[in-house]
Design a protein around this ligand. Structure first.
Ligand code: ADP
Ligand code: MG
Length: 461
């Protein structure tokens, strides 16, 4: 037992005792250790099916065995698909298990900081591509990481799905820890915050809850729009916010909309969210998308020609997560076959994922449903006659989107909106068009509605 590969062999030996022989032979025998990254074992599988299956069915057993064999040193297992040909270069260097563990334990303090903070190691400033779409957000995030609790507090990052909010938030966490490894950085999604809160109420462990969240040096809360409508959780968050803010602890929040556009959120909480710095992230332009793809290739060791990357960047523009998903699929497809991606294979894959134009599959019903969900107003209110401001805007945007996405005629738009006149539809479309260039807020809203519309019709990725 002298090299890191043997950790994996030992784990497999353990598993062999607990899973059926057929399962072992089919799924586990063909796996291998790619590398050990800090406290993470990265396991390779020869194809995507094996990778998915092993991850889904055996993860818990694998993790348990790994922890047992490394005296709890290993905290995480990651699975990757690697073609056998490529494996040779990736195998970890020979080091003894004991030496490896001793070395790691010596630097345990630092690594504990990392593992405790729930931060994704890949989401750093170094891996984040700056573009016009995220300039301000990036600068503010960097400022916060350099001087937490001082300049922008809270920092509120907002923008559509898959545009890098979570990435920047984690980067702030890493940045703070890099300067001060002892800092207590707490990253949490608003859903987890909610669950933690509800659980501690029902179990009577509020003290622990408070101890955890109110002693953070930096509290990063992702997707705060989900606090809307959750009264008691939002109230608890309000008190947490106040306590931290009074003590100059850094708060970073993300959301898919501006604070004041989050419906069903208390005014006093909205005011707090607007206290510091608000920065948006919008859709990246072509060059930025290309740069992001190049960055992902470097990060993941993918070899893809620039012409192929450019094609992808041109084809998918609204959502970086989708773009990255496409890159992963393309490279997975080729790794299985041991070939390199080409322009033709990228085109074929794209056509198989998006059989028709993205707009197909959109119905007026869906457009109206997504608009009403986005603004949190009922469909009957959108179709109705009320002239209230919070209904007129969503109604006009619905008309505009019917025109823009499914090319409805003005009379049909009028009909779809509860039998309105075609001149009303025309007026609404023109109005929204001019608002878009005038009002950043309207532009943002439309962008994120469009994302929702398209992501629902392409959720195969
Ligand atoms: P959001 O939280 O806004 O929905 P994420 O932060 O999860 O989006 O980003 C989705 C994916 O796109 C992540 O893998 C992230 O690393 C990547 N990404 C987004 N913007 C950038 C960027 N500017 N540079 C590098 N990667 C990016
Ligand atoms: Mg996110």
């Amino acid at each position: 037992m002298t090299d890191a590969q043997n950790i994996w062999k030992a784990i497999l030996n353990e598993l062999e005792l607990t899973v059926t022989r057929a399962n072992f032979a089919t799924w586990l025998k063909c796996t291998h250790l790619i590398e050990v990254l800090d406290t993470t074992l990265v396991i390779g599988a020869p194809n995507i099916f094996t990778k998915d299956w092993v991850e889904k069915k055996f993860h818990e057993q694998i993790l348990k065995a790994a922890q047992k064999l490394t005296k709890n040193y290993i905290k995480k297992i990651e699975y990757r698909m690697v073609s056998p040909a490529a494996t040779k270069n990736l195998v970890a260097p020979n080091i003894s298990v004991e030496h490896f563990i001793a070395q790691k334990q010596a630097s345990q303090q630092a690594s504990q900081q990392q593992t405790n903070s729930d931060l994704n190691a890949r989401y750093t400033f170094e891996n984040f591509v700056r573009g016009k779409n995220n300039e301000l957000a990036h600068a503010a995030a960097f400022g916060v990481a350099t001087a937490p609790g001082k300049r922008y507090n809270p920092l509120f990052l907002y923008g559509g799905v898959g545009l890098g909010k979570t990435h920047l938030m984690h980067a702030i966490g890493h940045g703070i820890l890099a300067k001060n490894p002892k800092a207590k950085v707490v990253y949490v999604t608003s859903e987890k915050f909610t669950n933690d809160f509800v659980r501690s109420v029902s179990r009577g462990t509020m003290e622990q809850f408070k101890q955890h969240y109110r002693t953070a040096d930096a509290l990063l809360v992702d997707d705060v729009q989900f606090l809307a409508g959750k009264e008691s959780t939002a109230e608890e968050f309000f008190h947490t916010f106040n306590e931290l803010h009074q003590n100059d602890r850094q708060l970073v929040l993300t959301s898919d909309k501006l604070p004041k556009m989050i419906a069903n959120l208390e005014g006093r909480l909205i005011t707090r969210m607007e206290w510091g710095m608000i920065a948006d992230i919008s859709s990246p332009d072509l060059e930025t998308r290309l740069a992001i793809l190049q960055m992902k290739c470097r990060e993941k060791n993918f070899l893809v020609e620039d012409s192929v990357l450019r094609f992808m960047a041109e084809a998918i523009s609204e959502n970086i997560r989708e773009l990255e998903g496409f890159l992963n699929r393309l490279t997975a497809y080729h790794e299985i076959r041991g070939t390199a991606p080409t322009l033709d294979s990228a085109k074929t894959l794209l056509a198989s994922i998006y059989p028709q134009q993205q707009t197909s599959g959109l119905t007026p019903k869906r457009v109206l449903a997504v608009v009403s969900e986005h603004f949190d107003v009922s469909l009957s209110d959108i179709l109705g006659q009320s002239r209230k401001k919070e209904l007129v805007m969503p109604r006009q945007i619905a008309m505009f989107l019917l025109r823009e996405t499914i090319k409805y005629s003005y009379p049909s738009i009028g009909l779809a909106l509860g039998g309105r006149d075609h001149t009303t539809a025309m007026h609404a479309c023109n109005k929204v068009q001019s608002e878009i260039s005038r009002d950043e807020n309207v532009k943002q809203n439309i962008q994120s509605i469009k994302q929702k519309l398209y992501s629902q019709s392409v959720n195969v990725l």
